[in-house]
Ligand binder design. Structure first.
Ligand code: SIN
Length: 285
């Protein structure tokens, strides 16, 4: 097994691992170490079944039953389909709007995901060979480290309120999330959290879910929040993943946020399946 860093803000490719085969303990430990070091890991050219996806994910921790139950895989409730494809009745076969706003998976719950594991079947490619639908990942530990000192002191000890699909509803695109939003209450999280394995400090607000910063006047909360959610998008902090069919991507949700470039449409098809592994309650740094 070889780990090749992306050379950017974070991210690495692991070569020499076939995820369709059971992995020995040493290999699995090496993958976890690389995961904690690089936060976003890609295994290219994988040919795996749903059972392989579930087996590997379940070794990291308890698999979360995602809230998009209406877009669960028909035979495997723990797998969520992410796709822009429509069935013969014209209905979406999966979540088509995933990642339109920067976010951390399941950060609108008490226990945001520890890991997300996304396997690609179909990737939108134009006639001239341009790959569309990139996923961008921000390194939110680096984003915290690089904050100006005065901002660090203003956010120290603060907490935030997160709401499922907040930015989708705010921008009039909430229809797809009506059912899941009705079932979920707002949650409070620290604004700066500590990574449960590496101990690094992480900026934990995001534009998709964070409604406001507690204990600040509304105007100050709005101004500070809009500064912070833009800050994490700085190119210096971002790794851009260009998808290939057969990519298996796993990311650590604590020190990252991600966003999908929705620059593709049918007949260009994008089809992926995702499993999330439950995390722990975020702890203030
Ligand atoms: C997600 O937000 O988990 C989806 C990422 C993607 O579709 O690339």
């Amino acid at each position: 097994m070889e780990v090749i860093p992306s050379g950017g803000a974070h991210g690495a490719e692991i070569m020499g691992v076939d995820l369709s085969q059971p992995l020995d303990d040493n290999t699995f430990e090496s993958i976890l170490n690389a995961f904690h070091t690089h936060s976003v890991i890609v295994f290219r050219n994988q040919d795996i079944t749903e059972e392989d996806h579930i087996r590997f994910s379940g070794r990291i921790g308890e698999i979360d039953n995602d809230v998009y139950s209406h877009f669960a895989h028909p035979n495997h409730g723990e797998i969520v389909i992410i796709s822009n494809i429509l069935d013969e009745d014209g209905k979406p076969i999966g979540v088509s709007d995933a990642g339109k706003f920067w976010h951390t998976d399941l950060a609108y719950t008490k226990t945001p995901s520890r890991a997300s594991l996304l396997y690609s079947f179909e990737v939108p490619i134009t006639d001239d060979g341009t790959v569309l639908g990139d996923t961008l990942f921000s390194n939110t530990a680096a984003a915290y480290d690089e904050l100006p000192d005065d901002i660090k002191s203003r956010i120290d000890g603060k907490s935030i309120i997160n709401r499922h699909a907040y930015a989708y509803f705010k921008s009039g695109q909430g229809e797809q999330f009506k059912k899941s939003a009705a079932a979920l209450n707002d949650v409070e999280h620290p604004l700066v959290i500590q990574h449960p394995f590496t101990g690094r400090k992480i900026l934990f607000c995001n534009e998709a879910m964070t409604v406001g910063i507690n204990d600040l006047p509304t105007e100050e909360s709005e101004q500070l929040l809009s500064f912070l959610v833009e800050w994490v998008k700085k190119p210096d902090f971002v790794y851009r993943h260009k998808w290939q069919t057969g990519d298996f991507l796993m990311w650590d949700n604590f020190p990252t946020q991600h966003f999908v470039e929705h620059n593709f449409d049918l007949p260009l098809r994008r089809r992926m399946q995702r499993i999330t592994v439950r995390g722990t309650v975020p702890v203030s740094a």
